[in-house]
Design a protein around this ligand. Structure first.
Ligand code: NAP
Length: 335
């Protein structure tokens, strides 16, 4: 079967399509005939050597993919042949709070990923996906979708209604917009592109600020929300945190999710103290959270936003397209 290997180091030029032996499911495992995958910014970090220094060599990249069960071996938790499933980003985080043990294995980094025609997984480490979604749409859920879900619905403040700030127009951000609007919340966004803000407004965005035109966008959002938003989905890292700290209200929450602007900036903790903020690091989510998210997605008929779908033979082109950072929503691979 065809798969991709990241070999002997890092960089897109180290990524090769190769022929690999057919995998066979052991006891309690399923064989999945993969149909579609989605890319995450994290895949660029992995391939750029910025994510983990414990990568297997060779590494099969990507955490996110969807396929149909082609074979089952023994007790497979009620799953059956032909069923459509996604693999869990963390195969061992099924419920409860995150622990070192539960997050030790992560697909497409320190554990082999899913960018192969066929994949074997423990039956407990896969989850059926909502039926109304296409293969590509369903492939967007395991990392980007679940991260936004965890941030919004497992936050410290379990309130009925809130105002949320999202950042950029990539995968996590647009899931954040869709989930927050489906809960009836108000959403503000900061984006480098006016046209992306216009598109988000057609999806229900209440207020948008273009960071290129308004570099001190935190103040604009603070003023629009009359004292600050309740929660920020912080995707930029140190580069955007100072503005997020202005945009959030006293007693609000910042969900630390991404490092789009880099990971090496200094950060002044004083506003966190003086505003009594909750900072919560988000690391994707558990199988339980995934199940809750699926129920909401099915119930509300939510469909992930996909910018472009590339064929399996053009994974490198798809990653290069992601790297440019001009997409709106998710970038997928189909087979
Ligand atoms: N902690 C976790 O569990 C977790 C899970 C998923 C993702 N993440 C992280 O969250 C971040 C977003 O991930 P994603 O997969 O949604 O990314 P993505 O789909 O690649 O989206 C990136 C978007 O952010 C904006 N952007 C790009 N470069 C930027 C920069 N230098 N500064 C500010 N904004 C920039 C762009 O939107 P505009 O052009 O509209 O500004 C772009 O479309 C990444 O850092 C990723 O590693 C973390």
């Amino acid at each position: 079967m065809k798969t991709y290997h990241l070999r002997d180091g890092v960089g897109l030029n180290q990524l090769f399509q190769v022929e690999a032996p057919e995998p066979a499911p052991g006891p309690g495992q399923v064989l999945i005939q993969m149909k579609a995958w989605s890319l995450n910014y994290r895949d660029l970090l992995v391939m750029g050597g910025k994510y983990s220094n414990r990568l297997p060599n060779p590494l099969v990249p990507l955490s996110d993919g969807v396929g149909e069960i082609a074979d089952c071996n023994g007790d497979v938790h009620g799953l059956k042949k032909g069923q459509r499933v996604a693999c869990l980003f963390f195969p061992d985080w099924h419920e409860g709070n995150l622990t070192g043990e539960k997050t030790k294995r992560a697909l497409g980094a320190n554990d082999q990923g899913v960018l192969a025609e066929r994949v074997v997984a423990n039956a407990s480490a896969v989850i059926p996906v909502p039926e109304h979604l296409s293969h590509e749409e369903a492939a967007c859920l395991p990392c980007a979708g679940l991260t936004a879900w965890n941030a919004l619905f497992h936050s410290h403040s379990q309130v009925q209604s809130k105002t949320v700030l999202i950042m950029g127009s990539g995968g996590v951000s647009l899931f954040g917009l869709q989930f927050a609007k489906s809960a009836g919340w108000k959403v503000a966004a900061v984006s480098r592109r006016e046209e992306s803000l216009d598109r988000m407004k057609t999806m229900g965005l209440d207020y948008g600020v273009c960071s290129r035109k308004t570099p001190s966008w935190g103040e604009a959002i603070r003023s629009w929300s009359q004292g600050g938003v309740d929660q920020v989905l912080e995707l930029g890292g140190g580069a955007t945190l100072p503005q997020s700290l202005r945009a959030v209200r006293v007693g609000g929450e910042i969900s630390l999710i991404g490092i789009l602007g880099g990971a090496d900036q200094e950060f002044n903790p004083l506003p966190v103290i003086m505003k009594g903020l909750a900072l919560r690091g988000i690391f994707v989510g558990s199988k339980d959270m995934f199940q809750q998210m699926n129920t909401a997605i099915s119930g509300q008929g939510i469909k992930p936003v996909i910018d472009r779908v590339f064929p399996f033979s053009e994974v490198k082109e798809a990653l290069a397209f992601l790297e440019k950072g001009n997409h709106f929503g998710k970038i997928c691979i189909a087979h």
